[in-house]
Design a protein around this ligand. Structure first.
Ligand code: NAD
Length: 493
């Protein structure tokens, strides 16, 4: 049901229907899960051109980016889940304890129930359906609320999700604040939210009412440190691909700002200017390979960052914009003040400030003094620097000598820390985040140790203490009545 006519009663009814499906056990079978994952792949294949067109309408997203970063990544996520699902669903045998001897133990992954997924506009297809991959792989029913800021993608999802996925278990609700507020008022078994931290706080506050666990996939200012010993040409190309090549900087893990040394910055800037011109031409506002800004609010927000008095004089490349077409050229700024707006909030657009330091190591303190970012990047060949960066910089994820590429490695969890969010997904982490890990212990009726039952005695106490500590020697010495100090030093389990 794609509901445009939306009200609270309809929401309650919808959630009741979904819970009915869940309680009937329909979504638990391996076959059902596989059918949904295959349905997503089929939707991507059948509707590829319509998806590319919706993303062009919403963001002017180049076909290349839509095909690779939205459709391709989503299909790869489904393919991996299909390949691994049997294994993921299998109970995991684990060692039991001497206290429970004889017994066996396992961890059973069970679906949580009904989950709510609220997604953002910048990758409106991927960020909506990739969490659905995890939700259905784990056997849940789900409601997806796409972002109203990408209306063509939102209505495409509302149109095609019911066609390709089981509508008795997966629904799309379109809308903005009132609709999301009504959804948040319902009781969910998990809320998975992608977007900014201000709304993240609203989501978390709403979840408190029903003690609902949340995943918050937020953003932040992701720094890029550039050392002078790098292969400059490769580094610069990767920085450009990880900034302007990701939705023109409107990506949560794109480069937010660069820090390099005062000595090296002229070379870095020259190379960036040169490559930018090679990639996007002398008039980048005309380039077909750059997304536009999503809407006039975000356009005005970004130009305001540039218009701040202490910032506008710092533009050393780009700066052109066209409000009618919602376009802003790749723009580089040098040595903007730390207390400027552009250095205070996540940029989420095509502006790239460069800060300079005397020694690169100083940049680590700068990053540590700010909120923990979603990603942190370092370009260097120095092993010691890499080690220190990985060891001392807290971020959702780190990539050394590249930007954003850690996102495509499904064996790595993707998520934030601190202000950049909580919880993670991708690959098996997507299955886990929508599962409850249930502890199960199997016992039989044999070997029923009387020591745990009253009337209690010193002998029983000694034996139980030894069992709980897991000391084999102490257990033996308690059983055969040796003095208590025997076996007390044994630490074996
Ligand atoms: P957005 O405006 O699309 O909002 C996200 C969702 O929140 C939408 O579905 C919207 O309807 C809902 N929403 C907005 N206001 C609300 C309210 N008052 N109450 C309830 N729901 C409300 O997207 P955005 O926030 O502009 O997205 C950009 C931010 O998201 C950036 O900070 C970016 O870094 C972050 N982001 C993070 C990831 C990630 O994977 N970690 C991915 C993309 C974007």
């Amino acid at each position: 049901m794609a509901s445009n006519k939306f009200d609270v009663e309809a929401t309650t009814l919808m959630v009741e229907e979904l819970r009915g499906t869940f309680n009937a056990g329909k979504t638990r079978s391996y076959e059902w899960r596989v059918a949904q994952l295959k349905g997503i792949i089929k939707m991507m294949d059948d509707r590829e051109q319509e998806i590319i067109e919706a993303l062009r309408l919403d963001l002017g997203k180049p076909e290349f980016e839509s095909a690779v970063y939205e459709i391709g990544m989503l299909k790869s996520s489904c393919a991996r889940a299909l390949k691994e699902l049997k294994h993921w669903m299998m109970p995991e045998k684990v060692k039991s304890s001497i206290v429970a001897f004889p017994s066996s133990a396992e961890i059973v992954s069970e679906p949580l129930g009904a989950v709510l997924i609220i997604s953002a506009w910048n990758y409106p297809i991927l960020l909506s359906l990739d969490p659905i991959v995890g939700a259905v792989a784990a056997g849940n029913v789900a409601v997806l609320k796409p972002s109203e800021i990408a209306p063509a993608s939102s209505s495409l999802l509302a149109k095609y999700v019911p066609e390709y996925l089981d509508s008795s278990a997966i629904r799309v609700v379109e809308g903005g604040v009132p609709e999301t507020t009504a959804l948040l008022d319902q009781k969910w078994d998990k809320i998975f939210y992608t977007g900014n931290g201000r709304v993240g706080r609203i989501v978390m506050a709403a979840a408190v009412k029903h003690l609902t666990p949340v995943v918050l996939e937020l953003g932040g200012k992701s720094p890029v440190i550039v050392d002078s010993d790098v292969n400059l040409k490769v580094a610069v190309k990767r920085i450009i691909a990880g900034k302007w090549g990701l939705n023109n900087g409107q990506a949560c893990i794109s480069a937010d700002y660069i820090i390099t040394t005062k000595d090296f910055v002229p070379k870095l800037v020259d190379s960036l200017k040169h490559q930018l011109e090679k990639f996007y031409g002398i008039n980048p506002l005309e380039s077909k390979d750059l997304s536009r800004i999503v809407n006039s609010n975000h356009f005005d927000r970004l130009t305001k960052l540039l218009d701040e008095e202490k910032v506008s004089s710092k533009i050393i490349h780009g700066g052109q914009s066209d409000r009618a077409q919602l376009k802003i050229a790749p723009t580089i700024l040098l040595d903007v003040p730390e207390d400027s707006l552009i250095m205070s909030e996540e940029i989420f657009g095509p502006l790239l400030p460069i800060l300079t330091v005397d020694r690169l190591e100083e940049s680590f303190d700068f990053i540590r003094s700010r909120s923990k970012p979603l990603a942190a990047y370092l370009f260097t060949n120095r092993k010691k620097l890499k080690d220190e960066f990985v060891r001392t910089i807290s971020a959702g994820g780190i990539a050394i000598n590249d930007i954003a590429l850690h996102l495509v490695v499904p064996s790595l969890p993707y998520g934030g820390v601190g202000e950049s969010g909580m919880g993670s997904y991708h690959g098996k982490f997507s299955f886990d985040v929508f599962s409850h890990k249930k502890s199960v212990l199997y016992r039989s009726f044999v070997a029923d140790a009387p020591a745990r039952y009253p009337p209690y005695s010193q002998g029983k106490l000694r034996l139980l203490k030894a069992l709980v500590v897991g000391s084999v020697l102490a257990v033996i010495s308690a059983l055969i009545g040796l003095p208590e100090h025997f076996g007390s030093k044994d630490k074996s389990a």
